[in-house]
Design a protein around this ligand. Structure first.
Ligand code: SF4
Ligand code: SF4
Length: 352
């Protein structure tokens, strides 16, 4: 199983982690078999949450005696002193452990982000860290990019858990992930199969061989892990087949070809099309237009309101978007279906 470093923690963890969200759906005996096979197969990161039914209890029981063989992560949905303290004690008890490696504030929404700081939640986890009950503090945020930025900039979280799959890449890959990675925040991809959308949609029967004999789930995981800013993906698992597939990916993650990405994007559907991922497949442009840079500046302008900065960067380019001759050579090469010439015109109007 390949490993990557989880940011500044320095932990070397398996690129595939075990997501414990589905464990309430199977028996304790099945959990024991599954989790022990996962650890035997090289998985060294197990994630759960206080609110995932009896997942913590099942993990605690199934992996008793093997605690030093994996990093354990759980999530707490309280934000204040009393709530966090109570839940943390319960997590430790249910997980049958003296310490938890990573505790994250779970699914934090915009309106409650400040409460972590103002209501004692953070302080409580920091105290628990001093006492050795936990080793690291993280935060899980599903979709709000501004809040992810805030969390990264706060400097208090060693890890950020985000919903990240082929569906989400457009929003995150271009700037937020490289930035977080660069400053040493460990990035963990939850929902790498888009909560099951990339395994068993009606149009894509479960485990159908998708590309070159690999399933859609398999290919989707390769896709997530081909982003080297991501340390680890944590698909939820409840069956041995799923585990075996995921182990295969973790042993040999690979970059997808343009054709494979195109096929994957067809599955993602219209919702996943049309956004520049800054992959650079469309280059070189015969006119010398730096297509991905221009779309990146445009995204800074739109998403983060960094208007002056984006315009300055655009002005500093030698060739601007209005040099596009409309030859359409780039269209064939873009696996994401970006209408490049058309969108360049819009970007030029925005940034000039
Ligand atoms: S190939 Fe498409 S997605 Fe990739 S950089 Fe070019 S326009 Fe963006
Ligand atoms: S259509 Fe425009 S951007 Fe695309 S390759 Fe031709 S000149 Fe370059």
């Amino acid at each position: 199983m390949q490993k990557r470093t989880l940011g500044k923690t320095g932990w070397e963890i398996s690129v595939i982690g075990f997501g414990g969200i589905k464990l309430p759906l199977i028996s304790q005996r099945e959990c024991e078999i599954l989790l022990n096979k996962a650890i035997d197969g090289g998985i060294s990161f197990v994630d759960t949450a206080d609110c995932y039914g009896d997942s913590e209890e099942k993990i605690g029981l199934a992996l008793r005696g093997r605690r030093k063989e994996f990093y354990l992560s759980t999530k707490i949905d309280e934000r204040d002193t009393i709530g966090v303290r109570k839940k943390l004690e319960r997590c430790l008890r249910r997980l049958r452990t003296d310490w938890i490696d990573l505790v994250l504030f779970h699914d934090v929404r915009d309106f409650e982000y400040d409460r972590i700081f103002n209501s004692g939640g953070l302080e409580t986890l920091q105290k628990a860290r001093e006492e050795g009950k936990i080793l690291e503090i993280g935060i899980s945020i599903h979709h709000s990019i501004p809040m992810m930025m805030k969390a990264i900039e706060s400097g208090v979280f060693s890890s950020l858990m985000i919903a990240y799959s082929a569906f989400d890449e457009d929003r995150l890959a271009a700037d937020l992930l490289p930035m977080a990675h660069k400053i040493g925040i460990g990035l963990i991809a939850m929902k790498p199969l888009a909560g099951g959308m990339l395994t068993d949609r009606p149009s894509v029967p479960k485990r159908r061989r998708f590309i070159q004999g690999e399933s859609l789930a398999h290919v989707s995981l390769h896709y997530v892990l081909s982003n080297l800013n991501i340390t680890c993906a944590i698909p939820g698992m409840m069956e041995l087949d799923e585990l075996n597939e995921n182990l295969k990916v973790g042993r040999q993650p690979r970059n997808l070809t343009i054709e494979e990405i195109k096929a994957l994007m067809e599955c993602v559907g219209e919702a996943g099309k049309g956004f520049c991922r800054n992959c650079g497949y469309c280059l070189p442009c015969p006119e010398g237009i730096s297509i991905p840079d221009i779309f990146r500046f445009e995204s800074y302008y739109d998403r983060y309101n960094l208007r002056e900065w984006a315009r300055e960067q655009y002005r500093s380019l030698e060739v601007h978007a209005d040099a596009c001759s409309g030859c359409e050579q780039c269209l064939e090469l873009c696996p994401y279906g970006v209408s490049i010439p058309e969108k360049l015109k819009i970007a030029h109007r925005t940034l000039q």
